[in-house]
Design a protein around this ligand. Sequence first.
Ligand SMILES: *[C@@H]1O[C@H](CO)[C@@H](O)[C@H](O)[C@H]1NC(C)=O
Ligand SMILES: *[C@@H]1O[C@H](CO)[C@@H](O)[C@H](O)[C@H]1NC(C)=O
Ligand SMILES: *[C@@H]1O[C@H](CO)[C@@H](O)[C@H](O)[C@H]1NC(C)=O
Ligand SMILES: *[C@@H]1O[C@H](CO)[C@@H](O)[C@H](O)[C@H]1NC(C)=O
Ligand SMILES: *[C@@H]1O[C@H](CO)[C@@H](O)[C@H](O)[C@H]1NC(C)=O
Ligand SMILES: *[C@@H]1O[C@H](CO)[C@@H](O)[C@H](O)[C@H]1NC(C)=O
Ligand SMILES: *[C@@H]1O[C@H](CO)[C@@H](O)[C@H](O)[C@H]1NC(C)=O
Ligand SMILES: *[C@@H]1O[C@H](CO)[C@@H](O)[C@H](O)[C@H]1NC(C)=O
Length: 663
Amino acid sequence: MTTTTTELLLYLLCLLSSLHRSLSASGQVAFESVPDLEKSMYKVIDGYPCVRLLNLSGEIGCANPGLDKVVAPIVKFKNDIELTQSSSLLVASYDFESFLSRVSSDSKFARNVAGVLVESGAQNQTHLKGSSPDKKFPQVEFSPYQNSKFEWNPTGSGIMWGLYDFPVFLLSESSTQSLQEVAVKNENKDTYAAEVTEFDLVMQTTKAGTHDSESCLRERTCLPLGGYSVWSALPTVNISSSSSKNRKPIILAVASMDSASFFRDKSLGAESPLSGMISLLAAVDALSRIEGLDTLSKQLVFVVFTGEAWGYLGSRRFLLELDQHTDAVNGINNTLIETVIELGSVGKGYDQGVKTFYAHTAGVSSATNKTLSAIQKARDSLGTESIKYSTASESNPGIPPSSFMSFLRQNPLTPGVVLEDFDTSFTNKFYHSHLDDLSNINSSAIAAAASLVARTLYVLASNNNDLSDSSLKSIKVNTSLVEELVGCLLSCEPGLSCELVNRYISPSSACPSHYVGVIQGDPSEPYYGYVNDVPRFVWNFMADMTSTNGGPCSENCSSQTGGVCVKKEIDGKGVCAISTTRYVPAYSTRLKYESESWTVLPSDPADPVWTESNWNTISLRVYSVQGAAYDHLVLVAGVSVTALAYLLIVVIKAFIAKALKQD
Ligand SMILES: *[C@@H]1O[C@H](CO)[C@@H](O)[C@H](O)[C@H]1NC(C)=O
Ligand SMILES: *[C@@H]1O[C@H](CO)[C@@H](O)[C@H](O)[C@H]1NC(C)=O
Ligand SMILES: *[C@@H]1O[C@H](CO)[C@@H](O)[C@H](O)[C@H]1NC(C)=O
Ligand SMILES: *[C@@H]1O[C@H](CO)[C@@H](O)[C@H](O)[C@H]1NC(C)=O
Ligand SMILES: *[C@@H]1O[C@H](CO)[C@@H](O)[C@H](O)[C@H]1NC(C)=O
Ligand SMILES: *[C@@H]1O[C@H](CO)[C@@H](O)[C@H](O)[C@H]1NC(C)=O
Ligand SMILES: *[C@@H]1O[C@H](CO)[C@@H](O)[C@H](O)[C@H]1NC(C)=O
Ligand SMILES: *[C@@H]1O[C@H](CO)[C@@H](O)[C@H](O)[C@H]1NC(C)=O
């Protein structure tokens, strides 16, 4: 008895498994879990969202209007399109600006916009005339001069600073293609099904009804924009020998590491400002390899700021920390800063093989004159006609948008020079656009700028008029290092997984993004998990380049002994580099972190105090739903089948009754 039951069970099992196998073999999908089932029904689309940011007086960016996901059928946007129902629009990259202007002028149209998907790829028209979502004079409120109408950024539309009550995503190239197919399918009216997009871009500030930075910080529905800038001294400063007597005058060389764009995580900023930062890193490498740095009469200090795209957060906070003599800037005495050299956008300074750079200055002074003649001397020492240098046009109202503006706001007489590849307006046609990528720059221009700056810094620091040409000529920029940095920091292939970056840090993702991010935790104690990949790389790179020697970190390695522990992420142990390299927090000068929360201080009216709304998840997916007409059809069919079945039963009953009677 039991054996037969077991046999029967075994037989059933075999039958089931063979059935399963035949199903899988015949190419049908075998669902093993609910997520599997979901995957086949819902197509998750990779895209880059535009998010909600707040300042002291209002909001910018995008979010779902309510507290729920938004679902709407996909329609391809054309200039004269009329919308009869709430729709999610697929917009070509070159149509995006005209789409947004239609939204702001046509309220009937705007009411039916449920969400927006911006295509990427095939940007021929955009590439011809350029496009920048920033203003024509970016961050004009920080300008040290009055002429606010000057157009540094002629292609600027300002759309980045608008407020949009619908979700907007930039599609990746592969998802662009699949959504174009979906849109075509929807135009075809024969089918009863419609493909819809579901946007989940619900922001906590919307949920809590906090519409400015002060209230959202109080309710903890947002975090301040910010991060960590990095500075490093060459040669190393001995901080413990704190006698200020033997301190040398300081030459400050600065650049920025963050960019911005309409779409949060697609802010590569290859030309502006990453080309300048890569140039600075290459110059640090070149200078670190020369002999006799200790004998120079000036101290070189390099700073890479972050948060500059959002009200020059990094440079303004750096100057405040200098004023307050905090630990983060111990080693720099601000009264000793003799001149500032800023590397701006330098990656497009080439034209038929000739690289041309322009020095922008604010007024004339003997220190500025000295810097300009140092640049001239550096250029002459390069002994090539393919690198040119000139001072910027007298007709400019002043310096272009740059971190140097923060220095001038603090002290209008600060001597300094901003080196750029343009004279009267940006050569970058994609300033703060997601299109400012690798194709927008030329690494040979970056290397040329690095050579020019490295030699200029050496001329200034040696302060020696009969400087021998041989020592100057020994400063050579490593062009393969420039190429490597370009590949690591400005593309996803190899991106941050390149050998150079992996020598120092374990990056959180391969694709670099140069959006500043939000500041988490206590800003005065940078916990490395809260420092972004790029600042961590810059910190390790600079410490390694400027260090004199290094042993293992297990022995005393701290600022007291003049050491920093580099490459610690790689093997957990690290190397103790004797170097003066520090993180400096970068966040609004109007914010204060106290007992785990942020408060807004009453000062500096120009500081906007940018914050980013919190969210739980951001997602975008596509699926198909049956149209209402199809539902009606199903209902009618169902009713008819029921009626027919009833009739049939009646007929059969009668028939059987008849048959039984006949028996
Ligand atoms: C891009 O250029 C090609 C030919 O160069 C043209 O056929 C195509 O229509 C253009 N695409 C757009 C979107 O303008
Ligand atoms: C720094 O200076 C102090 C006192 O002048 C000296 O004892 C120490 O060895 C120096 N440190 C380094 C790393 O040179
Ligand atoms: C900075 O340098 C000036 C001039 O050398 C000196 O008077 C001042 O005490 C220094 N400040 C600090 C904090 O060392
Ligand atoms: C970059 O400039 C060099 C000359 O300086 C030129 O040979 C090269 O083709 C340029 N590369 C790109 C991608 O334009
Ligand atoms: C700076 O140089 C310019 C021209 O080279 C000269 O006219 C001016 O007097 C100089 N200014 C100072 C303060 O040395
Ligand atoms: C130049 O940089 C490359 C890539 O980082 C490196 O392999 C090479 O050793 C460097 N050359 C010199 C002379 O430092
Ligand atoms: C580390 O520093 C402490 C106190 O400053 C000292 O007692 C100890 O010997 C040092 N250790 C090493 C390995 O240098
Ligand atoms: C906040 O942003 C809005 C939109 O860009 C702008 O109009 C406003 O002036 C900003 N407020 C401050 C305090 O900067």
